[in-house]
Design a binder for this molecule. Structure first.
Ligand SMILES: *[C@@H]1O[C@H](CO)[C@@H](O)[C@H](O)[C@H]1NC(C)=O
Ligand SMILES: *[C@@H]1O[C@H](CO)[C@@H](O)[C@H](O)[C@H]1NC(C)=O
Ligand SMILES: *[C@@H]1O[C@H](CO)[C@@H](O)[C@H](O)[C@H]1NC(C)=O
Ligand SMILES: *[C@@H]1O[C@H](CO)[C@@H](O)[C@H](O)[C@H]1NC(C)=O
Ligand SMILES: *[C@@H]1O[C@H](CO)[C@@H](O)[C@H](O)[C@H]1NC(C)=O
Ligand SMILES: *[C@@H]1O[C@H](CO)[C@@H](O)[C@H](O)[C@H]1NC(C)=O
Ligand SMILES: *[C@@H]1O[C@H](CO)[C@@H](O)[C@H](O)[C@H]1NC(C)=O
Ligand SMILES: *[C@@H]1O[C@H](CO)[C@@H](O)[C@H](O)[C@H]1NC(C)=O
Length: 463
């Protein structure tokens, strides 16, 4: 939503400056602006411009017909994590490779190994899909950083758990640096849409320092694959929305209706569950329900997550905000949830209660973006819908007299992400007003649109 507002304001300024230019140039400029927008505005995440997942493929040892490699997935994204059911990594072999055995991970399908007698490979597929092993795997099947069910934390929240590894022994591959071939078309099949992986690059071999720090060894050969996330490619329907209120106005501005979907009570499919329905317990615990399926409580917004921002108190030098996150999904506990909030006053955040905080400064100087997440064993688990299905915190900001105001919705956040997904905000003209103030005028956008229409019509008549 915030993106949409940015876009219209940039178009309207473009128009204002170009009203003297002949209409053809005018139209071309307009279409150039519009067509260039999705790629520049959404191809990467403006709040985490360098975020990526890097997959490192380290060949540790040659074998008679191939090699042993350790593959590590590093999540270098500040706040996007991989939650249950975990990652699935796929690729295509460049030659006729097979996987003889694996440690700390497994191929989901063995494929056709009918050519083999005696020693049968772990996987003969041309395009294997690998998953992590589950916690509790026997020690002799583990390696470092494995066996977390494919869950990977974000870099800021828990860097110690932001990587996941497995080891594989590859046969029918080359047995020297010159004859091995990197895997091709590497994909993160889960989390899937949104992640695009580049091709494998040969990079300087990884170095490993022994525990006492007195000896360094290195991989025989290393490839890197970088995957980046794009909300534009993911094209998910929104999963969260924002509601607003303030001490100075009684109005509670709820999430926009149908933010994440509309109630469909004609058929039961794609529907929702009334909170007081006697059918609730059987729907939530009943047979045939898959874990992580959305079992939404009926709301006007139909989002599994709502973030409420309440401007609570006004002191002489400070002001106070209460944030509450509510889970409307009966089918999901959010582990290690996180929130990213953009507000100009974050450079003067004085105190935060019961959440962790880190400032994210995607643009160097402008310190207006905060990442918030729960405290371990206290509120890092956002429970399924019900009496415990919410977490809350309060923020205390110091007023900067030059910028501080309650007018024009300034006290409300500009952009909110939950677990890396952009949340739907109410339209700016619906924000609670200060008593006796007028809402923002819409003319600033309206006028350029009229000019555009006039110009287009004039140009069409000429040709
Ligand atoms: C991936 O992220 C790491 C850590 O932020 C960074 O060093 C690296 O340059 C990034 N890679 C790409 C291709 O952006
Ligand atoms: C790899 O992926 C690209 C793009 O999806 C596709 O055009 C190409 O055919 C794939 N290569 C192989 C060997 O499957
Ligand atoms: C390769 O990956 C490592 C670890 O992720 C990273 O530090 C390094 O910058 C990457 N190198 C290239 C050339 O992408
Ligand atoms: C659908 O739900 C709305 C609100 O819960 C209710 O007013 C309406 O009567 C329902 N429609 C049908 C067809 O059940
Ligand atoms: C969420 O966690 C609670 C407590 O651990 C558990 O009872 C409940 O079944 C979990 N819900 C889901 C949907 O996994
Ligand atoms: C941003 O502002 C907060 C609150 O004043 C401060 O704690 C943090 O260190 C600042 N971050 C940067 C990068 O300046
Ligand atoms: C708010 O933070 C900015 C940047 O850190 C600083 O220059 C300014 O003096 C602060 N204002 C107040 C009132 O503390
Ligand atoms: C509160 O804000 C709403 C807009 O959301 C506005 O319609 C209403 O008049 C405001 N109330 C007062 C007392 O100003």
């Amino acid at each position: 939503m915030a993106m949409g507002t940015d876009r219209s304001s940039s178009i309207s300024t473009t128009w204002r400056y170009r009203t003297k230019i002949p209409p053809l140039t005018f139209c071309m400029a307009f279409f150039m602006v519009v067509s260039s927008l999705p790629s520049t505005a959404e191809a990467y995440d403006p709040l985490d411009p360098n975020g990526n997942i890097t997959i490192k493929w380290d060949i540790m040892q040659w074998t008679p017909d191939g090699y042993v490699a350790v593959v590590t997935i590093y999540n270098y994204q500040q706040y996007r994590h991989i939650q249950p059911p975990g990652w699935i990594l796929g690729w295509k072999w460049a030659k006729k490779e097979v996987i003889w055995s694996m440690v700390g991970g497994q191929a989901t399908e063995q494929g056709d190994c009918s050519k083999y007698k005696g020693n049968i490979p772990h996987c003969c597929k041309r395009d294997p899909s690998i998953v992590d092993l589950l916690p509790g795997t026997p020690y002799n099947m583990q390696i470092a950083n494995c066996c977390k069910g494919g869950v990977i934390s974000s870099w800021v929240q828990d860097p110690a758990n932001a990587a996941s590894s497995f080891q594989l022994s590859v046969g029918l591959a080359g047995t020297s640096k010159k004859t091995v071939k990197a895997p091709i078309n590497v994909t993160l099949k889960t989390p899937g849409p949104g992640y695009t992986c580049g091709k494998a690059n040969s990079v300087p071999s990884s170095k490993f320092v022994s525990q006492d720090g007195r000896r360094t060894t290195e991989a025989l050969k290393t490839w890197n694959i970088t995957c980046t996330y794009s909300q534009f490619l993911a094209q998910k329907t929104p999963t969260c929305c924002v509601s607003l209120s303030s001490f100075y106005n009684d109005t509670i501005v709820d999430c926009p209706t149908c933010s994440c979907g509309c109630q469909n009570n004609i058929t039961n499919l794609g529907g929702c569950i009334e909170g007081d329905s006697p059918y609730l317990a059987s729907a939530v615990n009943g047979p045939g329900r898959s874990s992580n399926a959305a079992l939404l409580q009926c709301t006007s917004h139909m989002c599994p997550i709502r973030i409420h921002w309440h401007v609570k108190l006004n002191y002489k030098d400070y002001w106070r905000v209460k944030i509450a996150i509510t889970n409307f999904n009966y089918g999901m506990n959010y582990t290690q949830w996180n929130l990213v909030v953009q507000h100009p006053n974050f450079d003067n955040l004085t105190q935060i209660f019961s959440f962790n905080y880190k400032s994210l400064t995607p643009y160097g100087g402008i310190n207006d973006t905060a990442m918030l997440w729960g405290i371990k064993f206290y509120n890092d688990l956002l429970m399924q819908d019900g009496p415990n299905g919410n977490v809350q915190s309060e923020l205390l900001f110091r007023k900067d007299p030059l910028t501080f105001t309650f007018d024009k919705g300034w006290a409300f956040p500009r952009r909110v992400y939950f677990n890396g997904d952009n949340c739907v905000m109410p339209p700016p003209d619906a924000y609670p007003w200060l008593p006796n103030s007028t809402p923002q005028s819409r003319e600033s956008l309206f006028l350029p649109v009229v000019v555009l229409w006039a110009a287009l019509t004039w140009w069409l008549i000429q040709v």
